[in-house]
Write a protein that binds this ligand. Structure first.
Ligand code: PFF
Length: 449
């Protein structure tokens, strides 16, 4: 029998789980959905959803993971004493596979931009020209696929080393670096003329700007940024000893995640307002607008390079978690199989992701349900598979496992009170499922409002 791997240190687990949470979601998606969804009011909703729905779900995944000490395709069946529940973990493994297939495309774009800067091809342009350059860049089939492959190869390399040497060490270096770099950029951004307008846009809620769609986006954003519903957090918690304080870890991860999203907003909106750029520029916000923002700063390209490196780190630590759960499911903790399995899985993900990558160029006309391949994959993951997984996990935790058993698990390593636990349990049993069903209705085009 092989040994279940374990995190080496308490902080190692928190950093790796926070690394999974913080990624393209907080840094790239948050500013643009907040920009389109009403600024301060969106931020407030995102915070409420993160605390009210995200927190109990995160704790739920942690409890199942640590209690079962199993991979996602065995954990549910083990705790329910009925293997049929393992389908929840299997859906998560499938979701993670598809998610990484297009996440790596965006990871590749970051790599390409870094190469552009290093080769001097990204300076002295106007904002429109940056937009054009980005459009051209992502439509080139050769360089984008090569960049996607490079992103996957680095991911495979780190994860094939195992969680101890790979993920934990990488996260220990990357996460603090990320925070420090972000702080520098935020300070720079805040010193721009007119920066206050951007800060106001992000922090002062204007509820008249909220629409039912932006409320649903805020909900989806809360799940996506915390990596919930995919059993990723469950898998990371399965490597934990019983001495880890689960509520404290969950709260640290949630706070870190919120801080990074806020920093991302504070790094981007002051510049956006200072240079008169529209805050609702959409998914291209970072890639086509930020170079122009940095262009106006002394040492701007150096700052932009630092920003991209930090962005890349964040994307990697999320990608590690996505592939890790598939590896855990395939190897069932037999570490002798880890290396080969990681390579096989990683290369398969890359191959499946190639059409998504090409959908910004040669395959742009291939559309299904009015969506490009990339958009279709994103839609399937963000609007169907992830909320479905979260719904099933909420039901499993609150209705299949007994309340006493859960409390006993949570109490190990912490002196959490029964009132706090009961509150989270109530949220999981009633509030989380109802909220997710609303998201589903919206995705099906049946707005609940
Ligand atoms: N939380 C990651 C991000 O915000 O970029 C995305 C993610 C990672 C979602 C892992 C789901 C997951 F299982």
């Amino acid at each position: 029998m092989s040994q279940q791997e374990q995190w080496r240190s308490k902080i190692g687990f928190v950093l790796a789980a926070a690394g999974s949470a913080i990624g393209l979601g907080a840094i790239w998606k948050f500013p643009y959905v907040a920009g389109t969804g009403g600024g301060g009011a969106f931020l407030l909703l995102f915070l409420v959803f993160t605390l009210v729905l995200g927190m109990p779900l995160l704790l739920g995944e942690f409890m199942i993971g640590r209690k079962s000490q199993s991979d996602p395709t065995q954990a549910y069946g083990k705790l329910a004493s009925n293997k049929k529940w393992n389908f929840i973990g299997k859906i998560g493994v499938f979701t993670s596979f598809i998610l990484l297939s297009f996440y790596s495309v965006v990871g590749g774009w970051i790599l390409l931009y870094i190469v552009q800067i290093l080769s001097g091809g990204l300076s002295g342009l106007t904002q429109d020209q940056y937009g054009e350059l980005f459009g051209e860049m992502i439509s080139n089939p050769y360089s984008t696929v090569a960049a996607q492959l490079a992103f996957m190869l680095i991911t495979i390399f780190v994860v094939s080393k195992g969680i101890q040497k790979g993920i934990e060490l990488a996260s220990k270096v990357m996460m603090p670096a990320l925070l420090v770099l972000f702080l520098i950029i935020v300070i720079r951004s805040l010193s721009l003329d007119g920066a206050l307008e951007g800060v106001k846009f992000l922090l002062v809620p204007d509820f008249s700007k909220l629409t039912s769609e932006s409320i649903l986006f805020a909900l989806g954003q809360a799940f996506f940024t915390l990596s919930l519903g995919v059993s990723v957090m469950l898998t990371y918690a399965s490597y934990l000893p019983k001495t880890q304080n689960l509520p404290q870890s969950a709260i640290s991860i949630i706070i870190l995640n919120i801080v990074i999203a806020l920093l991302a907003g504070l790094a981007i909106f002051p510049g956006v307002f200072s240079f008169g750029i529209e805050p609702n520029a959409g998914p291209v916000l970072i890639f086509s607008v930020l170079p122009a923002v940095f262009e106006h700063m002394p040492f701007g390209m150096l700052f932009f390079l630092a920003f991209l490196l930090l962005f890349l780190f964040a994307a990697f630590t999320s990608a590690f978690s996505m592939i890790e759960i598939i590896v855990a499911a395939v190897t069932k903790n037999d570490s002798s199989k880890r290396k080969k399995s990681t390579w096989f899985i990683g290369i398969s993900i890359f191959i499946v992701g190639v059409p998504s990558c090409l959908s910004y160029g040669v395959l742009a006309d291939v559309q299904l349900f009015n969506k490009t391949i990339f958009d279709l994959m994103d839609f399937a993951v963000s609007n169907i598979l992830m909320p479905l997984g979260a719904l099933l996990i909420a039901i499993f935790v609150s209705r299949i496992i007994s309340k006493e058993e859960l409390f006993a698990e949570l109490k190990q390593g912490s002196n959490v009170g029964y009132v706090f636990f009961s509150f989270c349990y109530f949220l999981l049993k009633y509030v989380v499922p109802i909220a997710i069903i609303v998201v589903f209705l919206d995705a099906a085009g049946l707005s609940a409002w």
